[in-house]
Design a protein around this ligand. Sequence first.
Ligand code: SAH
Length: 478
Amino acid sequence: MDFLPVFLNIKSRPCAVIGGGDVAARKVRLLLAAQGEVTVIAPELTKELQEQVAAGAITHLAKQHSQAPLDHYAVVVAATDDANANQQIAETAKQSNIPVNVVDNPDAGTFIMPSIIDRSPVIAAVSTGGASPVLARLIRARLESLIPAGYGRLGELTARYRERVKKAFRNSDDRRRFWDRILQGSVAERVFSGHMEEAEAVLEKELAEFSPNSGMGEVYLVGGGPGDPDLLTFRALRLMQQADVVVYDRLVAKPVLEMVRREAERIYVGKERDRHAMRQEEINELLAKLAKEGKRVVRLKGGDPFIFGRGGEEIDTLAEQGVPFQVIPGITAASGCATYSGIPLTHRDYAQSVTFVTGHLKDGSMNLNWRQLAQPHQTLVFYMGLMGLPVIVEKLIEHGVSPQMPIALVQQGTTHLQRVFTGTLENILELVEREKPKPPTLIIVGEVVQLQEKLSWYKGEKKGYQGATSPVQPGTAL
Ligand code: SAH
């Protein structure tokens, strides 16, 4: 971060704006909105500023900036149309440690002014650190449409009840739970629809009845997708933002984990083959225990919880113990990796079905129906298959699949580190030896892989090795 976002209290404090043009006038408007005592220092003023002087809203010092001392101001804005003059003003202010903003030059001053959405008392501020004011304005416009005007009224209502609620719930977690309920439930709805009195009556009732300790928590088994946080569902995101605690493992990408409410406790439970792994039964018990303490628990899984995710086992324990839960689907690795590498899993000419299969090695082998997997016109997707790749290649060829059958390995699919390796059953092991793909890697076998070269669209940071794929005619026996 290049700047620390803060909200400054300038109520009744002296603020200086140097410059009398339109830009200065815009800054004056903002400072007045935040109830600062504004003095404009400039030989001449625009009509708007003159009118404000006449109305007694601001003070005018008809001077050059160099003739006006700045040291008693709480905030200085350098808004002349002369870059050198602005720079000098900034230097003078900095010498006295006065916060100074220089228009159109974020680096010259000590603070910048963001684009704002004003739903007072709710204010959202957006900044690009001066990199692109236009982008900041675009984001602001989107936020404008997302934050209903009623949020201001909601903010006022909560401000009035803040102290009472604080007294009613000593524990900050309980307090948050209460406010969550108010701000996302029928009180908020009534405020948005303009029924303030009703909203207040409901709030009073909730305050009288809400009992934080009686509640059982809940577990949200959330599919976090393959890595790109943009692939989360709205529901996943909403629940992640309400979590008291998140239980996650190694497959969950960091940017996805970062979408969880910042204050939520984080519990890492590792993963198979990991030294710090917690046994599955222990995880199941942990989820139940946390929920029984009244917590909202997000169990965050990579991909989809019901596809090689042991999600079924985790909620089985919860169901047995009467703990409420919800399951939120995620984009599974097969879907994410296939789309982000340009490999359609089915295709009218090449594959009429797709099979997701585990390539996990148990005692050096895989107990799979190889005869079925070797049938033509299908796509096979192996999860957890990197270690077992030699077995996969050997078994498929043994059961009649052409050694020229295209195969793709997608490493860290959908992330900026995505790498895609393509080859054939015959040469893929050599390629793996050379390129050493790292987990998590997904394996896709089938004629559809040959479309990758043409359809690939996603460019991660590193360009993966794009091996040669010998074209296979549609319908070739596998
Ligand atoms: N529930 C998960 C799968 C868990 S099994 C899902 O629905 O995606 C773990 C395997 O998934 C890994 O061994 C790897 O084969 C695959 N995988 C998960 N995320 C991946 C990613 N971003 N890129 C490539 N493979 C991935």
